[in-house]
Design a protein around this ligand. Sequence first.
Ligand code: BGC
Length: 383
Amino acid sequence: MHALQSAGIRPVLLWFVLAGTACRAISDTAAGASPMKCEPFGTAPSGESVELITLTNAHGVELRAMTYGAIIVSLKVPDRTGATGDVVLGYDSLAGYVSSSPYFGAVVGRYGNRIANGRFTLDGKSYTLAVNNGPNALHGGLKGFDKVVWSADTAHTARGSKVTFRYESKDGEEGYPGTLATSVSYTLTDANEVEIAYVATTDKTTPLNLTQHSYFNLAGRGDILGHVLTLAADRYTPVDTTLIPSGTLAPVAGTPFDFTAPHAIGERINADHQQIRFGGGYDHNFVLTRPDTGLALAAVLKERSSGRTLEVRTTEPGVQFYSGNFLDGTLTGKGRQVYQRRSGLCLETQHFPNSPNQASFPSTILRPGETYRSRTVWKFWAE
Ligand code: BGC
């Protein structure tokens, strides 16, 4: 790219040359913009070709995301010495994601998290979803948003380079009502932030709960038990044995769920506490203590050996903290790393699980004429 640029080819033309027709650059700027790249990344089971988009910023942060599942394939951020390392779990190629992935890096939808017994009633009509997690529906069904091919557009914006993925989910897809036009964009800023923005509209009333399911490991290896976590949540939603919330918002104070002050994740993960037993560790929705409906702090995650720190802010009311309890050494990911139990953790900003069946929870219902908007920002630095 640099060789071509120095040969006098303008970036906008260069983009076209590199991208061909598969990825569309919707705008571009000339000098000063961080490079973006779009390249083929294989063929999905549907026969559709999959593209991989690379965004970079001025500090060497690099985000790669693909059109299959709008999956973040890698995210390289500096440690305290300036050395970049990949902080998300996943695979080197598309094949791994297609054959067996516990939602590594994916956008999950139409309903992220669980719906009890795969059933809900909306405006007097009952809907039945595929049950794919014990007795419950999880993460959008058998072929959720993590397993479909999205279209991609790229742009240089005032905030940074950006990729926008779009997917139209058909009326009745996976049992959900209404044709849903969905977009999710990832913007990589020069402040070392990844801003995730979701927009959706529907032509029939539907539940909707989108989230990003990246598994973080800020050391890039080993387990996450030594990572130190703070959550801006003084309550959480206790669950039954199938991880469906009872409906109460319980105080975290005096329990292993109190992350209002920083705690190593491993410190209380094996505590003799019913909710820890039900989750096999942490697999719970935390109720964010937020001043208003704007972007508010959800979590801070620190890893001592690298100094890497991740701060999560969101417009969502909750965050599912999942400590990778179901990883069990059977998946071999990037760089031949075997993903053992708790080798990554998810901080899934979202509405609460099973909200369509819990009138007291914030509503996840989107009606025709309304626009769903949700934003989450991950900011990285090293200490
Ligand atoms: C859920 C876990 C589940 C994981 C992968 C998380 O969002 O809370 O229970 O195992 O996703 O499917």
